[in-house]
Design a protein. Structure first.
Lengths: 298, 399
């Protein structure tokens, strides 16, 4: 199959599995990624990072395959990596290099000429607000700054497939907002996969969500489709503290806060209101995600 | 990519440390080579004064100039007579001091008793080369070399130039010793330098980004190994120059024309001191390079630097143990498999000077080979083999 500059090829996993001696880290996941932003949701230890490592080719699956277009990424090798941008969960770098040298180094590995690299680096540093520190050593940066370096290097080769594992770790609220804005613009004709356990990172920007639990794909679709699939509603009510257990027996508490010494304000999901003065609210993606994670049978 | 990798290497703190240690080692070994020299002079009252360093070397070269030229049996006879005379004079050793390089040879080929009381027969001089051959044969029998191996040494010995040629070479034996020490130090610091090359990046996560780039597999690994090896090679050459420059200024260059037998009389090596020096430099630098490539191979297979350093040092320690301990306890190392394996390690080249001085061969299934041939072949093969293995392992590594 020919590679074209203009057509996006889907990334597809076919029965993708990774077994370790003690457990299945990823268990027969079939998923097809289309252009746009994909959110990969799952609790810590659900298998998100293992899944992602297989997608980017740094971990071999026990069975199954990953196709880019019609071809396995194993066969494509460099051709696939040319189109790939990746930010790992634990972003490592060479300590002896300053930011500019590090990005030039990665650019060379991505096959970008020195002349082109300088222009791209300049543009990306401005986007991640690191222009002022480009000649400083990365090891002197804060956690958030290092994360932005990681995002910048992932974007150097203008990848068709951009995979970010926990990209907002260490970023403050404003940085996260800028990140979401940038990614939304970027994803128009590209596939961006954001793995996270923080729902708010992707709630408004993701076109599609995939939820992984204990290595299995338990749900995938647009956020609205997923939320609609829930047969429950969300409710909010103020109740005495002693009533908290009653809700937990019949429904699911999403969140609560103390109002005063005796009362708490609770958000819960349930088929019907558990208190007559409960106010119905729109179910959010976070509600859905917490529900999925709480149920043993799913 | 090569340019970037070299730049990265040169900028790193550990490279600066490596360069510093290499230069310090070269200066230290050079200092040792010159300042460990010592000789005596006797004043008019016959009292001895010890002189050290460059002055000692110059004085000895001056004294020993009387011996310059081919060491014929007639010349040896003159020395023998002077040696006998030195026992009849009252404590005055002035004259005999001028013939020390030959006097030392008498000890090697005569009985200890005769040497110590000056009572040596004329045959020590008149049949010097014949006596030497007998002594060599005694050594070979004592060390249980078999007939094929003895024949091999005979062939080697037949290429030794006789009579030996001498040009004042005070200090060169010590210089070659210290040069061997320099290469052993360079091997050790190159191991420490190269050990974290891959394993560090595995541990800190830098590797994970790299291997998802277009050239982040084989091409990257090639650039890394070749750049590191080139860097180590360059610094080794610089260290060698730093070592040899002061040494060559103080020592007589013409002394290198002497037969190596003036450093080890019974050695069957058919070379001059200068040829041995060239091989020590060549093999020494080759061993540093092959050690580096070997270490990078180990690094590519280890998850962290501690593992890679530990493995490499175990191999090095085994080699050193074998070199210094096994050699003295095992008779006929000719068909010793363990010794063969040790001589095939990447480090074996730094010890080559001592190999040239002794009876070092390997024989298996009737094939006898001189050890230096094994060392150079093994070093070259190990560079190629471990380079390819490192590339392979790196490509298959999983994060």
């Amino acid at each position: 199959m020919k590679f074209t500059l203009y057509g996006f090829m889907n990334l597809k996993t076919v029965s993708l599995t990774k077994n370790y001696r003690s457990h299945n880290a990823v268990d027969k996941i079939d998923l097809e990624f289309t252009p746009g932003i994909w959110g990969l949701l799952g609790a810590n230890g659900a298998g998100k990072t293992t899944f992602i490592k297989m997608l980017v080719g740094v971990l071999n699956p026990t069975s199954g395959d990953i196709l880019f277009g019609d071809n396995s990424i194993k066969e494509l090798e460099e051709k696939y990596r040319k189109k790939l941008g990746y930010l790992p969960q634990k972003f490592g770098y060479y300590e002896e290099l300053n930011l500019n040298d590090y990005l030039l180094y990665v650019a060379a590995l991505k096959g970008i000429s020195k002349k082109d690299a300088k222009g791209k680096i300049s543009y990306l540093l401005e986007k991640v607000s690191l222009t002022d520190v480009q000649y400083k050593k990365i090891r002197t940066f804060s956690g958030g700054m290092k994360q932005r370096v990681g995002i910048a290097q992932a974007l150097l080769n203008d990848p068709q497939v951009l995979i970010l594992d926990e990209p907002t770790a260490g970023l403050d609220i404003e940085e996260r907002r800028k990140f979401r804005e940038f990614i939304t613009n970027y994803s128009r004709e590209r596939m961006v996969l954001i793995s996270t356990h923080i729902v708010s990172d992707i709630e408004f920007i993701a076109n599609n969500i995939a939820v992984i639990k204990k290595g299995k794909l338990v749900a995938s679709g647009s956020p609205n489709d997923l939320i609609s699939s829930l047969a429950f509603s969300a409710w909010e009510v103020s109740i005495p503290v002693r009533e908290k257990n009653k809700i937990e027996q019949s429904g699911l508490i999403i969140n609560y806060h103390n109002e005063d010494k005796e009362d708490i304000f609770v958000r819960y999901i349930s088929n019907d209101p558990l208190y007559c003065d409960s106010e119905r609210k729109n179910v959010t993606l976070e509600d859905y995600y917490i529900y999925i994670n709480s149920r043993e049978e799913i | 990519m090569y340019e970037n990798e070299l730049k990265r290497i040169i900028k790193s703190n550990k490279s600066i440390l490596f360069i510093s240690l290499a230069i310090i080692a070269a200066i230290f070994c050079s200092y040792q080579a010159i300042n460990n020299a010592r000789t005596s002079i006797f004043d008019s009252k016959g009292e001895e004064r010890v002189i050290t360093g460059a002055e000692a070397i110059r004085l000895d070269n001056q004294r020993w100039s009387a011996l310059k030229g081919d060491l014929t049996e007639d010349k040896i006879m003159i020395v023998l007579n002077k040696y006998r005379d030195s026992f009849s004079k009252d404590n005055s050793s002035d004259d005999i001091i001028n013939y020390i390089p030959v006097v030392c040879m008498f000890e090697s080929i005569s009985s200890d008793k005769g040497y110590k009381n000056g009572n040596l027969p004329d045959t020590v001089a008149k049949a010097f080369y014949e006596n030497r051959n007998k002594k060599q044969y005694e050594i070979l029998i004592k060390n249980s070399f078999n007939k094929d191996e003895i024949d091999y040494f005979d062939k080697l010995e037949s290429k030794v130039k006789k009579p030996f040629y001498y040009s004042p070479n005070a200090g060169w034996a010590n210089a070659l010793n210290n040069l061997a020490m320099l290469y052993s130090i360079l091997c050790v610091i190159s191991l420490l330098y190269a050990a974290p090359s891959f394993s560090n990046a595995y541990k800190n996560g830098a590797d994970e980004v790299i291997r998802t780039t277009e050239f982040g597999r084989k091409k990257f690994a090639k650039a890394k190994i070749l750049s590191t090896t080139l860097f180590v090679l360059t610094i080794s050459v610089i260290a060698t120059v730093v070592y040899l420059l002061p040494v060559a200024r103080v020592l007589e260059i013409k002394g290198l024309d002497s037969s190596i037998q003036f450093m080890a009389l019974n050695s069957p090596t058919p070379m001059t001191c200068g040829e041995v020096l060239n091989f020590v430099v060549g093999f020494g630098i080759l061993s540093v390079v092959s050690s580096t490539v070997f270490t990078m191979f180990v690094s590519s297979a280890c998850k962290n630097s501690i593992s890679s350093v530990s493995i490499v040092f175990i191999v090095l320690a085994t080699y050193v143990l074998e070199s210094f301990y096994l050699k003295s306890t095992v008779k006929n190392a000719g068909n010793n498999v363990f010794k063969l394996l040790m001589d095939m390690t990447p480090f074996a080249g730094f010890n080559i000077y001592y190999v040239f001085l002794g009876y070092e061969i390997h024989s298996f299934a009737g094939i006898v080979t001189w050890t230096p041939f094994i060392i150079v072949a093994a070093s070259i093969i190990s560079v190629v083999l471990f380079y390819k293995l490192a590339l392979n392992i790196y490509e298959k590594h999983e994060c």
